[in-house]
Design a protein around this ligand. Structure first.
Ligand code: SF4
Ligand code: SF4
Length: 425
């Protein structure tokens, strides 16, 4: 690791020893899970490079952007509109929260029965190991589930630049009005942070940039509908994870390159897995980097994951923002409409999510659904039972899993997953 990076991390206030330990675990995990896969598309080399430089080159780029007058905004949820950040001369970065860190310290400030995602958010801060968080000029916390909402009250004492965005809980007129007010307030906050006024041309460009990124992911998802699947679920998940922090234009181009290669594979019928391999749809809580436990188990147990009904997946990317608006207000309305469709389990009722899962089972030719819930996550646990019942009523096989970020249950999970895959054969 170059001295320049070390100095950069030091300047960001990272704990270098803890940070080295994290990078070592991350590198080993990546090697075991990703690089050990057979028959990967060559284009994945780009994402391998991104991951190998995740705390290096990308952070350097962000620091250079900052020197050039841009601001960095960190976020923890797909409700934070990237279009607005980009058009206000800011880069939006998804802060990952996908691994346990400094758990002992975390459990001094949060109850033990808090989901892993929230604990990880705190662990990365308390352990001083996340350069993205430390590089952020503003961090957005959103009032989604009760866990996050209350945790941000405590987080605000650790992160002085935390901005809280309120979110509706119902898809009603009042709910939309709240989202509208919040998005306008966010726009003002971004303008205040960067000193740049968001106008019609800049917002239009911001919308197009983010839509292009989503379109590239749509193309990738479309190719996964084919049997044999041309790419593993792990590699596709990685693309969905990198979506949150890579440079948007470069990301778009790289995903299209992989898609060109996958189209050839489809023509030649040379998939990542043999034809007839059981096809799984994953549905539930988001999987942030480096949370690869369940997909790695599934894909080393004889199945292929063909889709993710998740925020790191279709829930986050499926809808585009209408680009046709003729005024700033119309574009803002289009953004509000687009985000108001996100079918997160914090909404009540939330019937769109079930319809979307059913639709995905059909379009991706899935043989079964694994519902992935994080322990202590009320919204997704509550929904998981009705979803399981509804899918079973349609003769769709479901495995409901609740887990956390530790590896303690890996053996037990593998046994359950293997038994489920046997049923699908
Ligand atoms: S599950 Fe809900 S709260 Fe969590 S990132 Fe997705 S939209 Fe946000
Ligand atoms: S996983 Fe569940 S409990 Fe955890 S932050 Fe997301 S919605 Fe909240």
């Amino acid at each position: 690791m170059s001295e320049d990076y070390k100095n950069m991390w030091k300047e960001l206030g990272l704990d270098l020893e803890m940070h080295d330990a994290l990078l070592e675990v991350l590198g080993k995990g990546y090697q075991d899970v990703f690089l050990s896969q057979k028959n990967r598309p060559e284009g994945m080399g780009y994402f391998d490079f991104v991951m190998s430089e995740v705390h290096g080159l990308r952070i350097k780029e962000l620091m250079d952007e900052k020197k050039g007058g841009r601001k960095i905004i960190g976020s923890y949820c797909v409700f934070v509109p990237e279009e607005i950040a980009l058009s206000g001369n800011a880069t939006l970065i998804g802060l990952c929260a996908g691994a346990d860190f400094a758990l002992g310290e975390v459990e001094k400030v949060l109850p033990r029965n808090t989901c892993s995602l929230i604990k990880s958010t705190f662990g990365f801060k308390l352990g001083k190991v996340c350069p993205y968080l430390e590089a952020s000029d503003m961090v957005v916390g959103e009032n989604t589930c009760d866990g996050k909402k209350k945790a941000y009250e405590i987080f605000a004492e650790m992160v002085p630049n935390l901005y809280i965005m309120d979110l509706p809980q119902m898809k009603s007129d009042q709910g939309r009005a709240l989202l509208k007010a919040e998005f306008y307030q966010f726009k003002e906050k971004v303008e205040e942070l960067t000193g740049k006024t968001i106008d019609y041309p800049s917002l239009k460009t911001g919308i197009k940039t983010v839509n292009n990124k989503r379109r590239a992911i749509h193309r990738l998802s479309g190719l996964r509908k084919v049997d044999p699947a041309p790419i593993s679920g792990l590699d596709a998940l990685l693309a969905n994870q990198i979506f949150f922090y890579d440079n948007p234009a470069r990301f778009t181009e790289s995903v299209h390159k992989i898609c060109d290669e996958l189209e050839k594979r489809i023509e030649e019928k040379t998939g990542a897995f043999a034809s007839g391999t059981p096809r799984i749809l994953i549905s539930g809580c988001p999987m942030a980097v480096p949370n690869w436990k369940l997909p790695a188990i599934v894909e080393t147990s004889g199945a292929v994951i063909v889709g993710e009904e998740s925020c790191v997946g279709e829930r986050g990317t499926r809808n585009l923002t209408d680009e046709s608006g003729g005024s700033l207000e119309e574009l803002m309305d289009a953004i509000i409409d687009r985000y108001f469709k996100v079918d997160c389990a914090i909404f009540t009722p939330n019937p769109d999510r079930l319809s979307h899962i059913e639709e995905m089972v059909g379009t991706y030719q899935a043989d079964g659904v694994i519902h992935y819930g994080l322990q202590f996550c009320q919204p997704y646990s509550m929904e998981s039972m009705s979803i399981e019942n509804a899918l079973k009523a349609r003769n769709i096989r479901v495995l409901r899993i609740e887990t956390d970020y530790s590896m303690e249950d890996a053996g037990q999970l593998r046994t359950r997953v293997e038994a489920f895959i046997e049923l699908l054969k």
